[in-house]
Design a protein around this ligand. Structure first.
Ligand code: KMT
Ligand code: NI
Length: 179
């Protein structure tokens, strides 16, 4: 299961832990309260794909792809990592299932602090439409994930700025989760 904590800003590379001393953990309940759902599908079980299939069916997800994020396997590795680690939102929910390796999803708290979510094999994470987030590998520099999409892959990242602050999906997110 994932671990999460408030991200301590520093000059260090984003792949480092970025924990406060002492660490300031964030619970799964706190994540759920901001609309981030984390669950687990055991990737070591032969039927794990059936479980992913049924989640897709329940939530009406029609498409998926698989991405291996490593220097060797991902064309345009450095450039893509920069895009992933730029704060953005999507107008669709984002579901990611980690098959191999590890990495961090950072999501913005209601108070606009980063919360770092450390993911590894079997973790399934759902980010609601309109939440500001970013992704990075950790120092192991390897992650293989399944990306699930409702329709055609519509993963256009909308980078944070005055325009996204006014985006109707952003406004909808704030109305539903931030009291
Ligand atoms: C995103 O939206 O930043 C991503 O999908 C990151 C790559 S999937 C681990
Ligand atoms: Ni994203």
């Amino acid at each position: 299961m994932v671990q999460a904590w408030y991200y301590a800003d520093s000059e260090q590379d984003g792949r480092e832990l970025h924990q406060y001393t002492p660490n300031r953990p964030v619970s799964l309940e706190q994540l759920a309260a901001i609309g981030v759902e984390v669950s687990s599908v055991d990737v070591t079980q032969p039927d794990y794909i059936d479980k992913i299939d049924s989640i897709c069916k329940e939530r009406d997800y029609k498409n998926r792809d698989e991405i291996t994020i490593s220097k060797e396997k991902l064309p345009g590795y450095e450039e893509k990592l920069k895009i992933f680690f730029t704060e953005h939102l999507h107008e669709d929910e984002e579901i990611r299932f980690i098959v191999e390796g590890t990495g961090y999803f950072d999501v913005r708290s209601p108070g606009d602090q980063w919360i770092r979510i450390a993911c590894g094999p079997s973790d399934l994470i759902v980010l609601p439409a309109g939440i500001y987030h970013r992704f990075t590998l950790d120092t192991s520099n390897y992650l293989k994930a399944m990306r699930l999409f409702k329709e055609d892959p519509k993963w256009t990242p909308l980078n944070r700025g005055p325009v996204t602050d006014e985006n109707s999906y952003r406004q909808g997110y704030l109305e539903s989760f931030v009291k």
